[in-house]
Design a protein around this ligand. Structure first.
Ligand code: B12
Ligand code: SF4
Ligand code: SF4
Length: 368
């Protein structure tokens, strides 16, 4: 993947400064809000990544630890890589429900904003592939690979270096005019494009995300212990959720947005124009008892094309059971909750049954 081989005669080489401008324009035409370009050196981030792994903060996400330094050294993942084109796409859906209000409605389910619509991996990958095709129309065949959370790639660190924003204390990337409700994707290439400059960190003395986190997963500024993060517990963990963390999960059944909801920079966030990211099947306004009643076929049907499907029906029921254990209401509501939970007591999965029993015991505890 050597760009020089492509252009042995410098008179045939494209004007890379103009090409970089064109790439950013094409990216915006393809629906990305912003693109930036960086080189491959991630020395400091590599140190942080290694410390994080050594401390075991990735929990059971073995995909984070098995690739050695490939994640922090792009040229080890794709030999010949010189530049990374980093792209961001807004995902905050235009919807009637108020997320903060929903988090207080204990009988309703809270699904994190990023997962309400179509699986972002597919959406971004297709657009990045189109961008690569467009580039090759000008340059001829180049060495490239596109990624969207699909390989060992340190996406936020690359985006930060490419000038798309700064990694905030909650560890998400924030853009000063767009907040943090966006996805990232990358195009690794051997084109010697001019690079962009990183932007300044604007977290200042703010600590709001650290203070609001329900499980105190942000153990220090810029340091997340994933094992405590509700996003990890409800999406990545396939086993029993630690009992001491269950009451803190509230009604969050898939991911968590609290640290972003509280972030002042999200006052500048814009809604996505992508129809793919709009809520599907009313997932932004569902009662927990109704979700627990879904059959496996209904689960598969309603989550088709959504990232939610990847956790499987078992973990879906596990998460809803925990949320119902945390749900409250008047006597009638409680009876409905208990009846819904009891209907899953003989579900053929020990994982589900154990969480259902825990949820029932929460209600028994509260009535005494
Ligand atoms: C693993 C993972 C998770 C894990 C762990 C998160 C994490 N912080 O690492 C879990 C399951 C918890 C998770 C949750 C979420 N995720 Co996630 N996740 C990833 C993934 C696959 C890898 C992230 C990674 O490299 N972690 C490694 C650790 C070491 O990185 P880090 O914690 O960010 O630490 C960096 C800095 O904080 C700093 N640092 C670390 N320690 C220290 C110490 C000091 C002293 C200093 C100064 C700095 C410093 O250096 C590190 C390296 O750059 C990426 C996709 C990808 N391939 O990159 C998506 C990704 C980060 N996730 C994403 C999203 C949307 C989410 C959620 C919002 C989903 C949700 N609503 O539930 C939450 C947010 C939770 C949060 N507060 O971060 C988006 C983020 C987009 C954005 N705007 O930033 C990504 C980029 C996916 C994508 N393609 O869009 N995620
Ligand atoms: S996503 Fe939720 S649990 Fe995870 S760090 Fe943010 S506020 Fe805490
Ligand atoms: S809430 Fe405050 S500290 Fe946290 S990421 Fe946003 S600006 Fe930074």
């Amino acid at each position: 993947m050597d760009a020089a081989q492509n252009y042995p005669d410098s008179s045939t080489a494209p004007d890379f400064t103009q090409l970089a401008l064109d790439i950013k324009q094409w990216g915006r035409e393809l629906g990305f809000q912003q693109l930036g370009i960086t080189d491959t050196s991630l020395d400091e981030d590599e140190i942080h990544l290694m410390n994080w792994l050594r401390a075991g903060r990735h929990g059971k996400m073995t995909y984070m630890s098995v690739h050695g330094v490939k994640r922090s050294r792009p040229e080890n993942l794709v030999p010949g890589t010189l530049r990374i084109i980093s792209a961001r796409m807004d995902y905050l859906p235009q919807e009637d429900s108020d997320p903060e209000q929903l988090l207080r409605e204990y009988t309703m389910a809270y699904v994190s904003r990023y997962a309400l619509g179509r699986d972002y991996h597919k959406v971004l990958r297709t657009r990045l592939q189109r961008l690569a095709n467009k580039i090759e129309l000008v340059t001829g065949p180049i060495g490239y690979r596109v990624f969207v959370d699909s390989a060992p790639v340190l996406e936020k660190a690359l985006a930060q270096k490419a000038g798309l924003g700064w990694i905030g204390k909650h560890t998400n990337l924030i853009n000063h005019s767009a907040g943090s409700w966006f996805f990232l994707g990358e195009l690794y290439t051997n084109l010697p494009l001019p690079v962009d400059s990183p932007v300044e960190n604007h977290c200042g003395t703010c600590q709001s995300c650290i203070e609001i986190c329900p499980t105190q997963a942000i153990v220090a500024p810029y340091q997340l212990d994933a094992r405590r993060c509700i996003s990890y517990l409800t999406i990545e963990l396939r086993a029993s959720i630690p009992v001491e963390l269950r009451p803190l999960i509230g009604n969050r059944i898939y991911g968590c947005d609290d640290c972003q909801l509280v972030c002042p920079w999200n006052r500048f966030a814009r809604h996505t124009g992508e129809s793919d990211f709009q809520p599907r099947h009313g997932l932004n306004a569902m009662q927990l008892v109704d979700l627990l009643a879904w059959s496996e076929n209904e689960f598969l049907q309603y989550t088709e094309g959504s990232a939610i499907r990847r956790i499987g029906f078992e973990c879906w029921l596990r998460n809803i059971a925990v949320a119902l254990g945390n749900a409250g209401g008047n006597a009638e509501t409680k009876v409905n909750i208990m009846n819904a939970l009891k209907s899953r007591l003989d579900y053929p999965s020990e994982l589900v049954r154990e969480h259902v029993q825990w949820a029932l015991s929460q209600h028994a505890d509260r009535t005494h």
